[in-house]
Design a protein around this ligand. Structure first.
Ligand code: LLP
Length: 426
Protein backbone atom coordinates (compact mmCIF):
# COMPACT_ATOMS: atom_id res chain seq x y z
CA UNK A 1 0.00 0.00 0.00
CA UNK A 2 1.40 3.34 -1.01
CA UNK A 3 0.35 6.80 -2.06
CA UNK A 4 1.51 6.83 -5.70
CA UNK A 5 -1.60 6.65 -7.87
CA UNK A 6 -3.00 7.90 -11.14
CA UNK A 7 -5.39 10.76 -10.70
CA UNK A 8 -7.16 12.07 -13.80
CA UNK A 9 -4.67 10.21 -15.95
CA UNK A 10 -1.48 11.54 -14.34
CA UNK A 11 0.63 9.85 -11.67
CA UNK A 12 0.45 11.63 -8.33
CA UNK A 13 2.23 11.29 -5.03
CA UNK A 14 -0.52 11.95 -2.49
CA UNK A 15 -2.02 15.25 -3.74
CA UNK A 16 0.95 16.30 -5.86
CA UNK A 17 1.12 15.89 -9.63
CA UNK A 18 4.42 14.25 -10.52
CA UNK A 19 4.57 15.84 -13.95
CA UNK A 20 4.48 19.28 -12.35
CA UNK A 21 7.09 18.22 -9.84
CA UNK A 22 9.40 16.99 -12.61
CA UNK A 23 8.89 20.23 -14.53
CA UNK A 24 9.68 22.33 -11.47
CA UNK A 25 12.67 20.37 -10.21
CA UNK A 26 14.01 18.49 -13.24
CA UNK A 27 14.88 14.80 -13.54
CA UNK A 28 16.21 12.43 -12.34
CA UNK A 29 14.27 13.19 -9.20
CA UNK A 30 13.54 11.19 -6.06
CA UNK A 31 10.09 11.74 -4.57
CA UNK A 32 8.99 10.41 -1.17
CA UNK A 33 5.52 10.16 0.34
CA UNK A 34 5.22 11.21 3.99
CA UNK A 35 1.87 9.49 4.35
CA UNK A 36 3.24 6.16 3.13
CA UNK A 37 6.07 6.38 5.66
CA UNK A 38 3.59 7.14 8.43
CA UNK A 39 1.22 4.37 7.35
CA UNK A 40 4.02 1.80 7.20
CA UNK A 41 5.27 2.77 10.65
CA UNK A 42 1.79 2.72 12.19
CA UNK A 43 0.81 -0.59 10.56
CA UNK A 44 3.82 -2.35 12.02
CA UNK A 45 3.39 -0.70 15.38
CA UNK A 46 -0.25 -1.68 15.50
CA UNK A 47 0.37 -5.26 14.37
CA UNK A 48 2.80 -5.74 17.28
CA UNK A 49 0.07 -4.67 19.67
CA UNK A 50 0.91 -5.03 23.34
CA UNK A 51 4.28 -6.65 22.78
CA UNK A 52 6.94 -4.58 24.55
CA UNK A 53 8.64 -3.40 21.37
CA UNK A 54 10.81 -0.71 19.89
CA UNK A 55 11.08 0.09 16.18
CA UNK A 56 14.53 1.21 15.03
CA UNK A 57 14.55 2.32 11.40
CA UNK A 58 17.59 1.04 9.47
CA UNK A 59 19.10 4.35 8.35
CA UNK A 60 21.03 2.72 5.50
CA UNK A 61 17.74 2.32 3.64
CA UNK A 62 17.05 6.05 3.49
CA UNK A 63 19.14 8.57 5.37
CA UNK A 64 17.64 11.82 4.16
CA UNK A 65 17.28 14.23 7.10
CA UNK A 66 13.62 14.95 6.33
CA UNK A 67 12.77 11.25 6.28
CA UNK A 68 14.67 10.63 9.52
CA UNK A 69 13.01 13.62 11.13
CA UNK A 70 9.55 12.38 10.15
CA UNK A 71 10.27 8.95 11.63
CA UNK A 72 11.85 10.41 14.79
CA UNK A 73 8.66 12.41 15.35
CA UNK A 74 6.63 9.21 15.10
CA UNK A 75 8.77 7.80 17.92
CA UNK A 76 11.14 5.67 15.88
CA UNK A 77 14.61 4.78 17.05
CA UNK A 78 17.40 4.06 14.59
CA UNK A 79 19.68 1.22 13.55
CA UNK A 80 22.96 2.81 12.44
CA UNK A 81 26.07 1.37 10.84
CA UNK A 82 28.48 4.30 10.82
CA UNK A 83 29.44 7.48 12.62
CA UNK A 84 28.02 9.35 9.63
CA UNK A 85 24.60 7.77 10.09
CA UNK A 86 24.62 8.71 13.79
CA UNK A 87 25.57 12.27 12.82
CA UNK A 88 22.59 12.37 10.43
CA UNK A 89 20.17 11.01 13.04
CA UNK A 90 21.26 13.64 15.55
CA UNK A 91 21.02 16.43 12.93
CA UNK A 92 17.51 15.19 12.09
CA UNK A 93 16.41 15.49 15.72
CA UNK A 94 16.63 11.76 16.51
CA UNK A 95 17.57 10.55 19.96
CA UNK A 96 21.03 8.89 20.18
CA UNK A 97 19.73 7.06 23.25
CA UNK A 98 17.47 5.15 20.84
CA UNK A 99 20.23 4.20 18.38
CA UNK A 100 21.90 0.80 18.03
CA UNK A 101 25.24 0.71 16.28
CA UNK A 102 25.75 -2.37 14.07
CA UNK A 103 28.42 -3.35 11.55
CA UNK A 104 31.54 -5.51 11.49
CA UNK A 105 34.11 -2.73 11.18
CA UNK A 106 33.53 0.10 13.66
CA UNK A 107 36.52 2.45 13.94
CA UNK A 108 37.92 4.11 17.07
CA UNK A 109 36.63 7.47 15.87
CA UNK A 110 33.11 6.10 15.38
CA UNK A 111 33.08 4.27 18.71
CA UNK A 112 34.28 7.41 20.50
CA UNK A 113 31.60 9.56 18.89
CA UNK A 114 28.88 7.00 19.68
CA UNK A 115 29.99 6.75 23.32
CA UNK A 116 30.09 10.52 23.69
CA UNK A 117 26.58 10.78 22.24
CA UNK A 118 25.27 8.08 24.59
CA UNK A 119 23.89 5.54 22.12
CA UNK A 120 21.65 2.75 23.33
CA UNK A 121 23.85 -0.16 22.33
CA UNK A 122 26.76 -1.44 20.25
CA UNK A 123 25.99 -4.66 18.40
CA UNK A 124 29.19 -6.66 18.67
CA UNK A 125 30.22 -8.72 15.67
CA UNK A 126 33.52 -10.26 16.88
CA UNK A 127 35.56 -10.91 19.99
CA UNK A 128 38.25 -8.55 18.70
CA UNK A 129 35.69 -5.76 18.38
CA UNK A 130 34.45 -6.37 21.92
CA UNK A 131 37.99 -6.01 23.32
CA UNK A 132 38.56 -2.90 21.22
CA UNK A 133 35.37 -1.18 22.35
CA UNK A 134 36.33 -1.94 25.95
CA UNK A 135 39.68 -0.20 25.40
CA UNK A 136 38.13 2.85 23.72
CA UNK A 137 35.55 3.12 26.51
CA UNK A 138 38.33 2.86 29.10
CA UNK A 139 40.24 5.71 27.46
CA UNK A 140 37.13 7.86 27.81
CA UNK A 141 36.35 6.59 31.34
CA UNK A 142 33.01 5.33 30.12
CA UNK A 143 31.12 2.06 29.93
CA UNK A 144 29.89 0.78 26.59
CA UNK A 145 26.49 -0.96 26.49
CA UNK A 146 26.64 -3.98 24.18
CA UNK A 147 24.61 -6.75 22.58
CA UNK A 148 26.18 -9.65 20.76
CA UNK A 149 24.98 -10.18 17.22
CA UNK A 150 24.36 -13.86 16.92
CA UNK A 151 24.52 -15.60 13.58
CA UNK A 152 21.76 -18.21 13.86
CA UNK A 153 22.82 -20.06 10.69
CA UNK A 154 19.42 -19.91 9.07
CA UNK A 155 18.76 -19.70 5.35
CA UNK A 156 16.83 -16.48 4.78
CA UNK A 157 15.78 -17.63 1.28
CA UNK A 158 16.72 -14.33 -0.26
CA UNK A 159 19.27 -13.09 -2.81
CA UNK A 160 22.78 -14.23 -1.83
CA UNK A 161 24.12 -10.65 -1.62
CA UNK A 162 21.60 -9.70 1.06
CA UNK A 163 21.57 -12.92 3.05
CA UNK A 164 23.37 -12.43 6.36
CA UNK A 165 22.37 -15.16 8.78
CA UNK A 166 24.32 -18.14 7.44
CA UNK A 167 27.58 -19.29 9.01
CA UNK A 168 29.46 -18.43 5.80
CA UNK A 169 28.38 -14.77 5.97
CA UNK A 170 30.74 -12.29 7.60
CA UNK A 171 28.10 -11.14 10.07
CA UNK A 172 27.57 -11.97 13.70
CA UNK A 173 29.08 -14.54 15.99
CA UNK A 174 28.54 -18.25 15.58
CA UNK A 175 25.80 -19.69 17.74
CA UNK A 176 28.22 -22.01 19.52
CA UNK A 177 30.60 -19.13 20.29
CA UNK A 178 28.04 -16.68 21.59
CA UNK A 179 28.09 -17.69 25.27
CA UNK A 180 31.86 -17.48 25.37
CA UNK A 181 31.71 -13.89 24.06
CA UNK A 182 29.16 -12.96 26.75
CA UNK A 183 31.35 -14.53 29.42
CA UNK A 184 34.27 -12.42 28.23
CA UNK A 185 32.06 -9.33 28.05
CA UNK A 186 30.95 -9.86 31.64
CA UNK A 187 34.59 -9.67 32.76
CA UNK A 188 35.48 -6.49 30.90
CA UNK A 189 35.31 -3.46 33.19
CA UNK A 190 34.15 -0.95 30.56
CA UNK A 191 31.45 -3.11 28.99
CA UNK A 192 27.89 -3.56 30.20
CA UNK A 193 25.75 -6.31 28.72
CA UNK A 194 22.43 -4.98 27.49
CA UNK A 195 20.90 -7.39 25.00
CA UNK A 196 21.21 -9.76 22.09
CA UNK A 197 20.73 -9.09 18.39
CA UNK A 198 20.33 -10.96 15.12
CA UNK A 199 19.55 -10.10 11.50
CA UNK A 200 19.26 -12.93 9.01
CA UNK A 201 18.83 -11.05 5.75
CA UNK A 202 16.88 -8.56 3.76
CA UNK A 203 13.84 -8.70 1.46
CA UNK A 204 12.35 -11.81 3.09
CA UNK A 205 8.92 -12.50 1.64
CA UNK A 206 8.27 -15.56 3.72
CA UNK A 207 7.87 -15.53 7.50
CA UNK A 208 9.25 -19.01 8.13
CA UNK A 209 13.00 -18.13 8.23
CA UNK A 210 12.19 -15.50 10.89
CA UNK A 211 10.27 -18.07 12.90
CA UNK A 212 13.05 -20.62 12.55
CA UNK A 213 15.71 -18.12 13.65
CA UNK A 214 13.69 -16.81 16.60
CA UNK A 215 12.94 -20.34 17.78
CA UNK A 216 16.60 -21.24 17.53
CA UNK A 217 17.78 -18.21 19.51
CA UNK A 218 15.10 -18.11 22.23
CA UNK A 219 16.75 -20.69 24.55
CA UNK A 220 19.93 -18.64 24.47
CA UNK A 221 18.00 -15.43 25.15
CA UNK A 222 16.47 -17.06 28.21
CA UNK A 223 19.84 -18.20 29.45
CA UNK A 224 21.25 -14.69 28.99
CA UNK A 225 18.28 -13.18 30.74
CA UNK A 226 18.90 -15.45 33.68
CA UNK A 227 22.69 -15.00 33.77
CA UNK A 228 23.15 -11.36 32.81
CA UNK A 229 19.70 -9.81 33.09
CA UNK A 230 19.65 -8.66 29.46
CA UNK A 231 16.88 -6.18 28.69
CA UNK A 232 16.27 -6.65 24.96
CA UNK A 233 16.26 -9.04 22.04
CA UNK A 234 16.59 -7.44 18.60
CA UNK A 235 15.25 -9.60 15.80
CA UNK A 236 16.73 -7.31 13.12
CA UNK A 237 15.06 -6.12 9.95
CA UNK A 238 14.34 -7.95 6.73
CA UNK A 239 10.59 -7.68 6.10
CA UNK A 240 10.27 -7.79 2.31
CA UNK A 241 8.10 -5.69 0.04
CA UNK A 242 6.50 -6.42 -3.32
CA UNK A 243 8.56 -4.92 -6.11
CA UNK A 244 6.84 -6.74 -8.91
CA UNK A 245 3.17 -6.13 -9.50
CA UNK A 246 1.21 -9.28 -10.26
CA UNK A 247 0.60 -8.18 -13.85
CA UNK A 248 4.20 -7.42 -14.69
CA UNK A 249 5.33 -9.26 -17.78
CA UNK A 250 8.62 -10.17 -19.36
CA UNK A 251 11.03 -13.01 -18.73
CA UNK A 252 11.39 -14.19 -15.19
CA UNK A 253 14.21 -12.80 -13.10
CA UNK A 254 15.74 -14.28 -9.97
CA UNK A 255 13.25 -12.18 -8.04
CA UNK A 256 10.10 -13.06 -9.95
CA UNK A 257 10.78 -16.72 -9.32
CA UNK A 258 11.34 -16.16 -5.62
CA UNK A 259 8.95 -13.37 -4.75
CA UNK A 260 5.91 -14.45 -2.78
CA UNK A 261 2.85 -12.43 -1.86
CA UNK A 262 3.75 -9.55 0.45
CA UNK A 263 4.87 -10.38 3.94
CA UNK A 264 2.38 -8.22 5.77
CA UNK A 265 3.06 -6.89 9.27
CA UNK A 266 -0.01 -8.84 10.37
CA UNK A 267 1.38 -12.19 9.23
CA UNK A 268 4.80 -11.31 10.64
CA UNK A 269 3.30 -10.37 14.01
CA UNK A 270 0.84 -13.27 14.09
CA UNK A 271 3.69 -15.79 13.77
CA UNK A 272 6.30 -14.05 15.90
CA UNK A 273 4.53 -12.25 18.73
CA UNK A 274 3.32 -15.46 20.46
CA UNK A 275 6.93 -16.67 20.60
CA UNK A 276 8.41 -13.36 21.67
CA UNK A 277 5.91 -12.27 24.31
CA UNK A 278 6.83 -15.25 26.47
CA UNK A 279 10.27 -13.70 26.97
CA UNK A 280 8.81 -10.68 28.78
CA UNK A 281 11.54 -8.39 27.52
CA UNK A 282 11.86 -5.55 25.04
CA UNK A 283 11.82 -6.71 21.42
CA UNK A 284 13.65 -4.45 18.97
CA UNK A 285 12.89 -4.47 15.23
CA UNK A 286 15.13 -2.86 12.62
CA UNK A 287 13.05 -2.47 9.47
CA UNK A 288 14.52 -0.48 6.60
CA UNK A 289 13.00 -1.50 3.29
CA UNK A 290 9.56 -2.25 4.76
CA UNK A 291 9.38 1.30 6.09
CA UNK A 292 10.61 3.35 3.15
CA UNK A 293 10.85 1.07 0.09
CA UNK A 294 7.44 1.72 -1.40
CA UNK A 295 7.40 5.30 -0.08
CA UNK A 296 9.62 6.58 -2.88
CA UNK A 297 9.94 6.71 -6.66
CA UNK A 298 12.65 7.88 -9.01
CA UNK A 299 11.36 10.06 -11.85
CA UNK A 300 13.27 10.07 -15.12
CA UNK A 301 12.80 11.45 -18.64
CA UNK A 302 13.25 9.54 -21.85
CA UNK A 303 16.15 11.03 -23.81
CA UNK A 304 16.12 8.81 -26.87
CA UNK A 305 14.74 5.63 -28.27
CA UNK A 306 17.16 3.40 -30.13
CA UNK A 307 15.98 0.47 -32.18
CA UNK A 308 18.92 -1.91 -32.38
CA UNK A 309 18.93 -5.02 -34.57
CA UNK A 310 18.32 -7.19 -31.50
CA UNK A 311 16.38 -4.93 -29.20
CA UNK A 312 14.62 -1.66 -28.53
CA UNK A 313 16.32 0.55 -25.97
CA UNK A 314 14.66 3.40 -24.17
CA UNK A 315 17.48 5.62 -22.95
CA UNK A 316 16.53 7.68 -19.91
CA UNK A 317 18.31 10.40 -17.95
CA UNK A 318 18.65 8.33 -14.74
CA UNK A 319 21.44 5.79 -14.55
CA UNK A 320 22.86 3.03 -12.41
CA UNK A 321 24.67 5.71 -10.43
CA UNK A 322 21.25 6.98 -9.28
CA UNK A 323 19.68 3.55 -8.68
CA UNK A 324 22.02 0.58 -8.64
CA UNK A 325 19.68 -2.18 -7.43
CA UNK A 326 18.96 -3.71 -10.87
CA UNK A 327 22.67 -3.89 -11.68
CA UNK A 328 23.79 -5.13 -8.29
CA UNK A 329 21.04 -7.51 -7.16
CA UNK A 330 19.01 -8.10 -10.31
CA UNK A 331 16.54 -5.93 -8.44
CA UNK A 332 13.17 -5.39 -10.06
CA UNK A 333 11.56 -1.95 -10.13
CA UNK A 334 8.25 -1.44 -11.89
CA UNK A 335 8.53 1.21 -14.60
CA UNK A 336 5.39 3.19 -15.30
CA UNK A 337 4.66 6.22 -17.49
CA UNK A 338 3.55 9.42 -15.78
CA UNK A 339 0.60 9.59 -18.17
CA UNK A 340 -1.65 6.59 -17.68
CA UNK A 341 -2.80 6.49 -21.31
CA UNK A 342 0.76 5.62 -22.36
CA UNK A 343 0.41 2.25 -20.60
CA UNK A 344 -1.91 1.13 -23.39
CA UNK A 345 0.77 0.80 -26.06
CA UNK A 346 3.53 -1.50 -24.99
CA UNK A 347 6.78 -2.71 -26.45
CA UNK A 348 9.31 -5.35 -25.45
CA UNK A 349 12.57 -3.64 -24.62
CA UNK A 350 15.23 -2.43 -22.24
CA UNK A 351 15.19 0.77 -20.21
CA UNK A 352 18.78 1.92 -19.85
CA UNK A 353 20.73 4.88 -18.52
CA UNK A 354 23.52 7.01 -19.96
CA UNK A 355 26.38 5.35 -18.04
CA UNK A 356 29.15 3.66 -19.98
CA UNK A 357 28.49 0.16 -18.63
CA UNK A 358 26.39 -2.66 -20.03
CA UNK A 359 25.09 -3.19 -16.48
CA UNK A 360 23.45 0.23 -16.63
CA UNK A 361 19.86 -0.90 -17.09
CA UNK A 362 16.59 -0.66 -15.19
CA UNK A 363 14.99 -3.58 -17.00
CA UNK A 364 15.84 -5.95 -19.82
CA UNK A 365 13.46 -7.64 -22.23
CA UNK A 366 10.46 -6.42 -20.31
CA UNK A 367 7.10 -5.43 -21.73
CA UNK A 368 6.99 -1.73 -21.00
CA UNK A 369 4.93 1.28 -21.99
CA UNK A 370 6.01 2.57 -25.38
CA UNK A 371 7.07 5.98 -24.05
CA UNK A 372 9.01 8.32 -26.31
CA UNK A 373 11.60 11.09 -26.22
CA UNK A 374 10.62 13.72 -23.67
CA UNK A 375 8.16 11.47 -21.82
CA UNK A 376 8.37 11.01 -18.08
CA UNK A 377 8.51 7.69 -16.26
CA UNK A 378 8.59 6.58 -12.65
CA UNK A 379 10.78 3.81 -11.30
CA UNK A 380 8.68 2.49 -8.45
CA UNK A 381 9.64 1.30 -4.95
CA UNK A 382 12.77 3.46 -4.89
CA UNK A 383 12.49 4.70 -1.31
CA UNK A 384 14.98 2.21 0.17
CA UNK A 385 18.58 1.48 -0.82
CA UNK A 386 18.18 3.77 -3.78
CA UNK A 387 19.35 7.32 -3.12
CA UNK A 388 21.52 6.02 -0.26
CA UNK A 389 23.43 3.84 -2.74
CA UNK A 390 23.73 6.53 -5.41
CA UNK A 391 27.16 7.74 -6.47
CA UNK A 392 28.83 10.32 -8.66
CA UNK A 393 30.02 7.68 -11.13
CA UNK A 394 30.62 9.14 -14.59
CA UNK A 395 30.78 12.51 -12.78
CA UNK A 396 27.03 12.76 -12.61
CA UNK A 397 25.59 15.05 -9.91
CA UNK A 398 23.29 13.38 -7.37
CA UNK A 399 19.57 13.94 -8.01
CA UNK A 400 17.36 16.13 -5.83
CA UNK A 401 15.00 14.58 -3.28
CA UNK A 402 11.49 15.86 -2.63
CA UNK A 403 9.28 15.03 0.34
CA UNK A 404 5.55 15.26 -0.33
CA UNK A 405 2.99 15.66 2.41
CA UNK A 406 -0.60 15.93 1.19
CA UNK A 407 -0.60 18.74 -1.36
CA UNK A 408 2.63 20.23 -0.01
CA UNK A 409 6.11 19.38 -1.15
CA UNK A 410 9.51 20.40 0.12
CA UNK A 411 13.01 20.01 -1.22
CA UNK A 412 14.56 17.43 1.07
CA UNK A 413 17.87 17.66 -0.76
CA UNK A 414 19.02 20.00 -3.50
CA UNK A 415 20.21 18.63 -6.80
CA UNK A 416 24.01 18.63 -6.95
CA UNK A 417 25.67 20.97 -9.42
CA UNK A 418 28.79 20.29 -11.45
CA UNK A 419 30.69 22.50 -9.01
CA UNK A 420 29.72 20.11 -6.19
CA UNK A 421 31.49 17.34 -8.06
CA UNK A 422 34.88 18.96 -7.56
CA UNK A 423 34.38 20.62 -4.19
CA UNK A 424 36.99 19.21 -1.87
CA UNK A 425 39.39 18.30 -4.67
CA UNK A 426 42.75 20.01 -4.75
N1 LLP B 1 19.55 -4.56 10.54
C1 LLP B 1 20.75 -4.93 10.06
C2 LLP B 1 21.79 -5.36 10.99
C3 LLP B 1 20.99 -4.91 8.67
O1 LLP B 1 22.17 -5.29 8.19
C4 LLP B 1 19.96 -4.48 7.79
C5 LLP B 1 20.17 -4.43 6.33
C6 LLP B 1 18.73 -4.10 8.35
C7 LLP B 1 18.55 -4.16 9.73
C8 LLP B 1 17.58 -3.61 7.51
O2 LLP B 1 17.13 -4.58 6.66
P1 LLP B 1 15.76 -4.39 5.84
O3 LLP B 1 14.63 -4.29 6.82
O4 LLP B 1 15.90 -3.14 5.06
O5 LLP B 1 15.68 -5.58 4.97
N2 LLP B 1 21.11 -2.80 -0.47
C9 LLP B 1 20.33 -4.02 -0.41
C10 LLP B 1 19.87 -4.32 1.00
C11 LLP B 1 20.99 -4.41 1.99
C12 LLP B 1 20.52 -4.68 3.41
C13 LLP B 1 21.63 -4.57 4.39
N3 LLP B 1 21.25 -4.74 5.77
C14 LLP B 1 19.16 -3.89 -1.39
O6 LLP B 1 19.02 -2.87 -2.04
O7 LLP B 1 18.38 -4.82 -1.55
Amino acid sequence: MHQFKYHQGTLHCEGVNLQTLAQDHGTPLYVYSSQTLRDNYERLNKALGDLDHHIAFAVKANSNLSVLNLLAELGSGFDIVSGGELFRVIKAGGDPGRCSFAGVGKTAEEITYALEQGIYCFNIESLAELEFINRVAESLSRTAPVAVRINPNVDAQTHKYISTGKAENKFGIDYEETMRVYERASKLPHISIRGIQMHIGSQLTNVSPFVEAVKRVIPLVQELQHKYGIEFFSIGGGIGIVYEEALASGPSSWWSEHENPPLSPDVYARELVPLLELLKMKIVLEPGRYMSGNAGVLLASCLYEKKGSAKTFKIVDAGMNDLIRPALYEGHHEIVPIFERQSENTVLGDVVGPICESGDFFCQDRRIADFQQGDLIALMSAGAYSFTMASNYNSRPLPAEILVDGTECSIARKRQQWSDLISGEL
